[in-house]
Design a protein. Sequence first.
Length: 317
Amino acid sequence: MNTVDVSYVFTTVLAFFIIMLIGAISRIFGVLDWQATKKIAGFVVNVAQPLLIICAFQASYTPDRLKIGLSLIAVSAVILIAVSLLAAVIFKSSEKGDRAVLQFGLVFANWTYLGYPVLAALFGEIGYFYGAFFTLFFNLYIRLYGIIILSRGKKNSNMLKDVLLNPGTVAAVIGIVLFVFKISLPTFLLDSFKLVGDMTFPLSMIVVGSLMCNQPLKNLFKSKLYSFTFAKLIIIPIVTLTVCALMHVLFKFDKGLTYVCVAMTCLPASADTALYSELYKSNSPLGACCVGITTLFSVVTIPFMIWLTNKVFELIA
């Protein structure tokens, strides 16, 4: 692939940041409240995003694309498991009430919300296809490992059901079947699904903006959040870039896959950090702070990491 236009990535991220501010302003002036925010988040997770995933798989089947898709699943699994181990070490000495939320926030980035438009900015329409494969393991892992760390000591009899039958996973399975068997949806149905699926991006950022207002603004600037943000937005993506670049030199690791890995690892904490923390009676205000502060700084760090990736490949070309 060619060098990525960093200015276009910055414009895309900035647009979503502005939408996030609209969500925050709506919450401040009472247009949204906590219950409305949860309802919108539920619509995004259970309706809009699954339709987006199904549409993303409506690409022309080729063996190479299937190979790339399977590679994306494998790479995403390695990243999530590796970051899980890193998070357990980094936050081992953190206060008990904070540890689970900080670990969750470090492991799970905003792949399912912000990831798709960032990949689309990098690769065009095929970026949605890459995102659908890359987030498949994420949808399983967040409902397995994520719930385990947030609900330590509490039994969850529905965990297996949540892992296997959540809307994101079901949509991915449907999408993969349609893709592999070369089944195209009727135009009227595909257009309808796409219109609803495209709501995922603005609605998810409105949710993030609203979540930021769950606590006083000063809470976003606590010292413990700075180390979390630095690890999330700088250390993890730089380590990812370094490993991918070495693999590119030594084993011809695909350049496009490197951009996908770097782009997804430099995203802010997932909005689910706050939503799941609330659901499992963990420290949800801290979860909202993790989402808010990383989202604020990601406006700068995402374009920076893409620029740095460009420079690295210029050096090793």
